[in-house]
Design a binder for this molecule. Structure first.
Ligand code: ZN
Length: 303
């Protein structure tokens, strides 16, 4: 039986049909509308129509939100798509042709996918950080996703790491997200461009987007400025991970989101930098996410 999943990102809604083996059988994308829940629901319904054309209706639909979600499917705060206190599950239940609508935080959905088909299979205590536009974080305890004591989930990306630092999208200052997201790496790349230095600047002059990927690519090629910036970034990220290791002592730490595309180039640095920063001087294994780019869609439909 097919299920339909929708992964709402800051810029794009990724939709797809998922089969019983959690394989994606079709895909469709649409831009994410900002600050308009009605328009967002309309977009998801239009995508659902497109996906299910010629197939039986799906009994289950799953939606991920880039923000905090209550247990009863209300968006508490998703500032990066301009929505607060929205009963999104109820709205979609009224509009979508599905018996069950599941709504969950996007990082939690990615973590669910890792638990079933990725790096967290069989893990009792785990941690996943999703490094994308923001920083999402999920915790596995007793082999299950931890929903928080008050059912609001966990917001690891908004733990403070730099008192008095840059203002975060959540309104506080110095959150992990301000220093460890893909957006933070992009800001470092932009700074290098403004200073007109190094390979980052010369490649961006040739039309390459000055984003996190460009900085990582230049560091991989050995450009000294890019390596220095990537080392600064992984230093702060390692501080953050070491703090979570001290709290949770996870068996496995999974790094997901766009930055995890750096693969071993990232995880080898973290494996060297995190252990000496922890209380124990050691930590569980650190690996890149394995459930793939569509983990959000797959995780969305998992009950
Ligand atoms: Zn924050």
């Amino acid at each position: 039986m097919l299920r339909m999943g929708f992964d709402i990102g800051g810029t794009t809604i990724k939709g797809g049909l998922v089969d019983d083996d959690l394989k994606l059988v079709s895909r469709v994308d649409r831009p994410t509308p900002f600050g308009d829940a009605g328009l967002l629901c309309d977009s998801i319904c239009a995508m659902a129509d497109e996906l299910t054309r010629g197939t039986d209706p799906c009994r289950i639909a799953g939606v991920t939100v880039p923000g905090s979600v209550s247990r009863d499917g209300e968006i508490i705060d998703a500032w990066n798509i301009g929505l607060r206190n929205i009963p999104i599950r109820r709205m979609l239940e009224e509009k979508l042709d599905a018996e069950t609508v599941i709504v969950k935080n996007d990082a939690d959905a990615a973590c669910c996918a890792e638990l079933r088909i990725g790096a967290l299979q069989g893990v009792k205590t785990g941690l996943m950080l999703t490094l994308g536009t923001g920083v999402g974080g999920s915790i596995i305890i007793d082999g299950k996703l931890f929903h928080g004591g008050l059912d609001r989930g966990t917001e690891l990306g908004h733990a403070m790491i730099n008192r008095g630092g840059a203002v975060c999208g959540c309104g506080h200052r110095g959150c992990i997200e301000t220093l460890c997201s893909a957006s933070a790496l992009k800001r470092l790349a932009q700074k290098a461009c403004q200073e007109r230095k190094g390979m980052i600047y010369s490649l961006s002059e040739r039309g390459e987007a000055h984003d996190a990927k460009l900085l990582i690519d230049c560091a991989r090629k050995g450009d000294s400025m890019a390596v220095q910036l990537f080392d600064e970034y992984t230093d702060v990220l390692s501080d953050a991970i070491a703090s979570f290791v001290n709290i949770l002592d996870p068996q496995v730490i999974v790094i997901g989101g766009g930055v995890s595309g750096a693969g071993d180039f990232l995880t080898e640095r973290l494996k060297a930098k995190v252990p000496p920063r922890t209380f124990f001087g050691s930590c569980g294994s650190i690996v890149a996410a394995q459930a793939g780019n569509d983990a959000g869609i797959i995780g969305a439909v998992m009950e």
